[in-house]
Design a protein around this ligand. Structure first.
Ligand code: FES
Length: 317
């Protein structure tokens, strides 16, 4: 079983940066600096209650004294955002994972085009800063429902190599992905972060307009609905190291079945996004449903919160 390493930290800054969006600043407790991260990384944060949530880092990746992330208040969500908004004060302890690269910049692209929907804007501040350091250019297309939801605009304005285009749907100014792609330079890379409907629109438009997959980088912050992750045909998990067989019924995820049996697999998002529940795959007919593993990683890894199997799947547990 893999255990996640968490870093003891303290909240040293809280600020409301847009309607319903709070920015958190953490400092490490027992060390000077956080571990290094690359722009476009996320962390898993553990609230004092034990609740785990995954957030993109929104601070400059070169500033290791602090980690910063922003949380959108979601009254109809699963409760994590409300807890982070209502039950964290300055000075409170939290634990945070090592940063995990996710929406990572292509090395050699001269231009990077960012597409953000709502709170999906968070990774683009460190990414735009990194593009600037490299001497490349970036354009941010940033869509929100109302102007009061716009975050980080002042910081974006301070990045010389970045052009920002804002779309406010309540003002009748919707972002049109096809128009945006029509102006895409042939060597530019496209990065999108936001709700699933935005990512689907970007994927569909890229396919229609023949933008190659090597130039497209997508990050969802919602992942698969946990209720959907539970659905599927029953199958059996064979644990090679502990020599156990565990049945996964139709109404449970593999993660739930493993943890109900006392295996103790770590998890966070339960939506196939964060990778916290990954386990080494030995063999079996697997239905991968995550959005965090590459095809190469899927050959030897399975995301237990959303992926399933047919017949018997053998894991290195
Ligand atoms: S718990 Fe996040 S991917 Fe499974």
């Amino acid at each position: 079983m893999t255990k996640r390493l968490l870093i003891a930290s303290r909240v040293v800054g809280l600020s409301d940066i847009a309607t319903g969006i709070r920015r958190f600043t953490l400092r490490p407790e027992r060390r000077e600096l956080f571990p290094p991260s690359v722009a476009g990384s996320y962390v898993t944060v553990r609230h004092q209650s034990g609740l785990l949530r995954t957030y993109s880092l929104c601070g400059d990746a070169d500033r290791r004294e602090t980690f910063e992330f922003a949380v959108q208040r979601e009254p109809d969500g699963r409760g994590g955002s409300m807890l982070f908004h209502d039950d964290i004060d300055i000075g409170d302890p939290v634990h945070v994972s090592y940063p995990i690269p996710s929406l990572v910049l292509a090395e050699d692209a001269p231009e990077h085009v960012f597409v953000a929907g709502g709170i999906g804007v968070t990774p683009f501040l460190p990414l735009a800063l990194e593009v600037d350091r490299r001497g490349q250019r970036s354009v941010l297309h940033y869509a929100v429902r109302s102007r009061s939801q716009l975050a980080f605009l002042e910081e974006f304005a301070g990045i010389a190599s970045l052009t920002v285009k804002v779309y406010v749907s309540s003002e009748g100014n919707r972002m049109r992905i096809d128009a945006l792609l029509a102006g895409l330079n042939a060597t530019a890379h496209l990065y999108a972060c936001g709700p699933d409907r935005l990512l689907s629109a970007v994927s569909d438009a890229c396919e229609t307009m023949a933008v190659g997959p090597e130039r497209i980088h997508l990050e969802s912050f919602s992942g698969l609905d946990p209720a959907k992750a539970r659905a599927g045909d029953p199958f059996t998990v064979n644990l090679r190291l502990s020599k156990r067989e565990i049945a996964v019924p139709a109404d449970k995820s593999m993660l739930q079945a493993l943890n109900d049996a006392g295996v103790g697999v770590d998890y966070s998002c339960e939506g196939g996004v964060c990778g916290a529940c990954r386990v080494t795959l030995v063999s079996g007919d697997v239905i991968h449903r995550d959005i965090c593993l590459t095809d190469a990683a899927r050959a030897e890894t399975i995301i237990t919160c959303v992926s399933r199997g047919r017949g018997i799947v053998t894991l290195q547990l």
